[in-house]
Design a protein around this ligand. Structure first.
Ligand code: AHQ
Length: 250
């Protein structure tokens, strides 16, 4: 049916991609509560420890994209995403900055890097994202990174609200978000241009791009769902319920 429809213009297509922002995880109750200062210290610690599993996945996801991409010029630009997270030379990368965020909210380096606090739902959705990048074309995986069109807003929200909402968090913990503000804006320029070029020829391909972006929006939403369940007390008539499956049996 969609093959009879004319493709949207480039500007219309970009607008449709940006409209998907209405499903971004900034609107997830956990992130709304975070912005409103309603999270406990334990909930924030749970969020930081769980999101670390996403952060360490990003360079592997981007390496998967590089391994599928035959275009040297695209690779020369995309590869910076890996060093942004892993660091290069004596330049601290985003993964180290996230561990510093963990220490700023009162976790030990071991509690973050051991992944002991990572919930099954977070593991499952992050692994789905890495596998998507391994199995799909590099253009489809580039398209999936476009949730970062909406990321500067959520990073800015944390930078501006945490000092008043969570004054107990050390200022240096925010360095990751400040770093991403500029990196995300630079990253989406390349991601958007690849996506608009590759998916523009038919309406069917444009709709496929929107579906791919929805997949990644779902990944981020499920991460927040899983963290909310793992970090929120469930008491019914005074009875406590398990929020995580028992893994260690010693
Ligand atoms: O810190 C984030 C990051 O480095 C990336 C890379 C990008 C991708 O390739 O999928 N997406 C992304 C995101 C980061 N932070 C998330 C947040 O809420 O802190 C947002 C997330 C994104 O919007 O995709």
């Amino acid at each position: 049916m969609t093959e009879q429809l004319k493709p949207w213009t480039r500007a219309e297509f970009e607008e449709k991609l940006r409209e998907k922002g209405r499903g971004y995880h900034i609107y997830h109750p956990f992130h709304v509560m975070m912005y409103e200062g309603k999270l406990s210290k334990e909930q924030l610690q749970c969020w930081v420890a769980n999101r670390f599993y996403y952060q360490i996945a990003i360079p592997m996801k981007d390496a998967a994209i590089l391994s599928n991409c035959p275009d040297k010029e695209v690779r020369k630009e995309w590869i910076v995403r890996i060093t942004d997270h892993d660091g290069v030379g004596d330049q601290v990368g985003g993964i180290e900055a996230w561990i510093q965020l963990g220490e700023a909210v009162g976790l030990t380096r071991e509690q973050v890097t051991s992944l002991e606090m990572v919930s099954p739902g977070v593991r499952f959705s992050v692994d789905a994202y890495i596998n998507f990048a391994k199995q799909r074309s590099w253009q489809e995986s580039v398209c999936s990174s476009l949730t970062e069109l909406f990321a500067p807003h959520i990073h800015q929200q944390r930078i501006s609200s945490w000092p008043t909402m969570y004054p107990w968090i050390k200022e240096e913990g925010l360095s990751y978000f400040k770093k991403r503000l500029t990196e995300a804006r630079r990253d989406v320029e390349q991601g958007l241009s690849v996506t608009l070029d590759y998916f523009s020829e038919t309406r069917e391909k444009q709709l496929q791009a929107l579906d791919i972006l929805q997949f990644k929006l779902n990944v981020l939403w499920v991460i927040a769902d899983s963290i909310m369940l793992a970090s929120t007390d469930i008491k019914v008539e005074g009875r406590d319920y398990l929020r995580q499956p028992v893994i260690n049996f010693e």
